[in-house]
Write a protein that binds this ligand. Structure first.
Ligand code: NAD
Ligand code: MG
Length: 308
């Protein structure tokens, strides 16, 4: 039995409730902890709020079909759950080691009466990259939303200690797979379709210990704007979401130095880390037709950190 406290005291509050953003979610001070990469939501202390008890849909993605990479945990899980609650069928891609988290998200999607389906695999594996989009489209009966959200973040203090293997892997997972997956998705995406890439505040305000990661996030913003211009005439919109410090398994699987965990996110104007559920409405907005004139935009969801 899970003895941890639920993270969000307002478990019956939807994302539409009027309350104070400073106190809407607790100011957490996570204990130092370590999980092997990629980390599990199931083991995060305190729990992250991915919206399973709070996100209420209003039919904004009725009948839509989405693939969310990294949809097992953290931001991707919150997005997958919100999409299902908004009426979409949702496929999630994740690493085989994340089966426990993935099963939970798929069961929440299915509980909405939507198709929920998981595609385990490693985005560093060319075979998997080459087929996951087609398989998702086949299982869903089409594809009109692609959320490129999977990401790898390993903190390294000194450039001399950043080895070629990590450098290549971070670029492969974070940005190169966006090229491959989006290219594959173009066979399926109709006019009205939407591609949403997860970038980061790190794109503009890089931490000295995240050189490789932050560089990929800057590249993602650039890729998003360029591709948006290319695909807009075809009626496919490309946008990005740039989260600030959000409490997810990425942070405890060497994404942050262990000493930084107790203060994680407290340097934002809101004074607390964000929860994954607080990202979901940005993705819902960019996926839905209500953002039809929003193209090549990066929506910052970062607790008030300064961004361009
Ligand atoms: P997370 O650990 O919950 O999600 C990251 C996911 O990436 C994992 O669940 C995993 O499925 C996937 N992934 C990693 N390596 C992979 C690989 N080799 N093959 C396939 N999938 C792989 O953490 P999160 O914080 O929700 O991360 C989601 C996105 O948000 C990432 O792109 C991350 O860079 C971005 N982001 C997070 C924060 C934050 O503070 N948490 C801030 C800015 C941006
Ligand atoms: Mg995960």
């Amino acid at each position: 039995m899970d003895m941890r406290e639920p993270n969000n005291p307002n478990t019956d509050a939807a994302q539409l409730t009027l309350d104070n953003p400073v106190t809407r979610h607790p100011k957490i001070s996570p204990p130092k902890q370590d999980q092997p990469e990629p980390g599990l939501d199931a083991k995060l202390e305190p729990r992250a709020d991915v919206g399973e008890d709070s996100y209420v849909g209003t039919g904004r993605l009725k009948g839509r079909k989405a693939l969310v990479t990294g949809g097992d945990s953290g931001i991707g899980a919150a997005v997958a759950i919100a999409f299902a609650r908004e009426g979409a069928d949702v496929a999630i891609a994740y690493l085989p080691a994340e089966e426990e988290d993935a099963r939970k998200v798929v069961s929440i999607i299915e509980a909405e009466g939507r198709i929920g389906i998981g595609f385990p695999g490693d985005l560093m594996d060319a075979g998997y990259r080459g087929k996951v989009v087609d398989e998702a489209a086949e299982a869903l009966g089409g594809l009109d939303i692609l959320v490129n959200n999977a990401g790898k973040q390993i903190s390294v203090d000194k450039l001399e200690d950043l080895d070629d293997e990590q450098l290549a892997e971070t670029f492969q997972v974070n940005i190169m797979s966006m090229f491959t997956l989006t290219r594959a998705a173009l066979k399926h995406l109709p006019a009205g379709g939407s591609v949403i890439n997860t970038t980061s505040i790190q794109a503009y305000d890089p931490s000295p210990n995240l050189l490789d990661y932050a560089s990929t996030k800057a590249a993602i913003n650039n890729f998003t704007k360029g591709l948006a211009g290319q695909l807009a005439p075809r009626g496919i919109r490309v946008n990005a979401v740039a989260p600030g410090p959000i409490w997810t398994p990425l942070q405890v699987s060497d994404g942050q130095p262990k000493d930084a965990l107790p203060e994680f996110g407290q340097d934002t104007p809101l004074g607390r880390a964000g929860q994954p559920v607080e990202l979901a409405p940005a993705y819902v907005f960019l996926a839905s037709a209500e953002s039809s004139y929003v193209v090549g935009e990066t929506l910052n969801v970062n607790g008030g950190k300064t961004s361009p």
